[in-house]
Design a protein around this ligand. Structure first.
Ligand code: DGL
Length: 272
């Protein structure tokens, strides 16, 4: 692999992490991106830390084997539960979405009252709360597990009364706490940006980890050659552990991404 053409590896429990790919793609149009979505084992959001660490380790190994020169953990659940372990084990630059998301929340809030929605595992890990408090102690944080949103999005119910109702049910209690910033702490939620903004009203700022992760990546890879001088640049390769369901098409359309290839590699072939 030519220097400069080695890809950035990005992974997620499924295809929701393409929201992060879209942000990286617009910040670094010349980079080759290698995305791995663990579609055979999604969702991670209700799984134990031990399992999430094991899956994340297998996927990181597979991406490094394919010459990834840096790794982005696009999955909030894997970032919250496995990043520390990976940090100790992986030699290349490694970035998760929690600290960029936390930094964006602190930058956005004016009254110090921040809401967080995410999967059950992410919320119970308190990773976002800790990351926010580390930057700005004394923030009031209101977090809620929102397990119904991922399946609603994967069913394509992006603009739908049922989804609006679920959003309202989850967010009403934190709106009563007068949050002024809401962290969308899950890969999928940026796709519900309009519906969530409608529910919370114009005074609550939505913070999206994806955009800030792309900015953070620029700091992590400051002086590397980004644009190889050949046509071998700006490629997006997608690896999946199971054939994709309809959500892949929805995500690609919503995010205006067109992959150069999609390959299926079974999850049990990742570890070896
Ligand atoms: N990718 C996960 C996250 O960002 C959402 C889907 C899942 O539960 O695996 O938390």
């Amino acid at each position: 692999v030519k220097k400069g053409a080695a890809p950035l590896g990005v992974f997620d429990s499924g295809v929701g992490g393409l929201t992060v790919v879209a942000a990286i793609r617009s910040a670094f149009p010349g980079e080759n991106l290698l995305y791995l979505g663990d579609t055979a084992r999604v969702p991670y959001g209700g799984r134990s830390q031990e399992t999430i660490v094991r899956y994340s380790r297998e996927i990181s190994g597979a991406l490094l084997q394919r010459e990834a020169r840096a790794l982005v953990v696009a999955c909030n659940t894997a970032s919250a539960l496995a990043l520390e372990t990976l940090q100790a084990e992986v030699a290349c630059p490694l970035l998760g979405v929690v600290s960029p998301g936390a930094a964006a929340a602190v930058a956005a809030t004016r009254n110090g009252r921040i809401g967080i929605i995410g999967t059950r595992a992410t919320i119970r890990s308190h990773a976002y709360d800790l990351a926010i408090q580390a930057i700005k102690p004394g923030c009031a944080i209101y977090s809620v597990e929102a397990p119904l949103l991922v399946p609603l999005i994967e069913e394509g119910l992006i603009e739908d009364p049922l989804t609006d109702q679920a959003i309202h049910r989850y967010l009403q209690p934190m709106l009563e706490q007068e949050i002024d910033t809401l962290v969308l702490a899950c890969t999928h939620y940026p796709l519900l940006g309009l519906a969530i903004q409608r529910c919370v009203g114009p005074c609550v700022r939505l913070v999206n980890s994806a955009d800030n992760t792309a900015k953070e990546l620029a700091r992590l890879l400051p002086d590397e050659p980004r644009i190889p001088s050949s046509s071998d640049q700006g490629k997006l390769k997608i690896l999946l552990t199971d054939p994709p369901g309809p959500f892949l098409e929805i995500a690609l359309r919503e995010l205006q991404l067109s992959p150069d290839s999609i390959e299926i590699i079974p999850a049990d072939a990742l570890a070896g």
